[in-house]
Design a protein around this ligand. Structure first.
Ligand SMILES: [Zn+2]
Length: 290
């Protein structure tokens, strides 16, 4: 089976390979079942009947290969742009290599076989508490590690999750509705408070505690529906995400993610100052300051 390899990013090529193997075998669930079950999956097992099955496999693969780089690069570009700008501005005395380590660890979270299967890394699938626990665990690692590289990578993972929070949850929608009810108009992107600040308003806090949710992402649905824009479930990641410029409320999510990144950088600098094992590594340039 031939796939058009026009992808410009290494992870697109990698993802195409995964998709090639998935479609060859059947649905994603079957792939997972095969990976983890003791009993071998027979070749007779096929994914549930869908309209897509009527399409020629080659046609599906052609569609995947052309739409994939768009789907992934928008998201990748946004994470990269937000992180790089904030890091370069606030971590002036970190080496370009340090910054690249952070940015790459951020982007790796979306790799199909690495960070991608973990919904808590992206605040997907309503894993809101698990996402917070994950972020806290990475800060705990930064506070305790004796390896500066590990600290930089943990911070990249934190940035990814915190940026995804605004793109994958309904936080923006909930705040806009709240604002509209009180003022009769909708807020500008920069008028929307960060999540932690919104919680300080008791009324908003109640709304967030009871109505905050995130989209459901499934690898099988992504391949069979999302890529063809056939997923219309309002609770799906496909319908809720603000991952790219083509999505509603993307400017709001991006503005929030940029400001959140600034806050996380301040917290990162504070955290490494408290870790005597790595503090001196990051103080190689005495002017480094947050
Ligand atoms: Zn993500």
């Amino acid at each position: 089976m031939e796939i058009h390899r026009e992808a410009s990013f290494p992870q697109d090529v990698e993802l195409l390979g995964v998709l090639e193997s998935l479609i060859g075998k059947g649905s994603n669930e079957l792939y997972i079942a095969k990976k983890f079950s003791d009993s071998p999956v027979t070749t007779e097992i096929r994914p549930p009947q869908t309209a897509l099955q009527k399409l020629d496999q080659a046609m599906i693969l052609r569609a995947l290969s052309t739409s994939l780089s768009g789907v992934l690069t928008f998201r990748t570009a946004t994470h990269r742009e937000i992180s790089q700008a904030g890091l370069s501005a606030q971590l002036k005395n970190f080496t370009p290599q340090d910054i690249a380590t952070i940015v790459n660890a951020n982007l790796d979270q979306d790799k199909w076989d690495e960070g991608q299967p973990h919904p808590e890394y992206h605040f997907d699938n309503n894993k809101l508490l698990a996402g917070k626990v994950y972020v806290d665990s990475q800060y705990a690692l930064i506070r305790a590690t004796s390896n500066p590289q590990e600290a930089l990578e943990a911070f990249g993972k934190i940035l990814h999750a915190q940026q995804d929070f605004y793109a994958h949850t309904n936080f923006v929608e909930l705040y806009r509705d709240y604002f509209h009810q009180h003022s009769g108009h909708y807020p500008l992107p920069r008028e929307i408070p960060l999540y932690q600040d919104a919680l300080k308003n008791p009324q908003l806090r109640t709304i967030l505690q009871t109505q905050l949710k995130s989209g459901e992402f499934s690898r099988a649905e992504f391949i069979l529906k999302d890529l063809f824009h056939l997923n219309h479930d309002p609770n799906s990641h496909e319908m809720m995400n603000k991952d790219g410029p083509g999505r509603p409320l993307y400017p709001e999510a991006k503005d929030l993610a940029e400001r959140q990144t600034g806050k996380e950088i301040e917290k990162f600098l504070k955290t490494i100052r408290k870790n005597f094992r790595i503090k001196s590594f990051f103080e190689k340039n005495p002017a480094t300051d947050g």
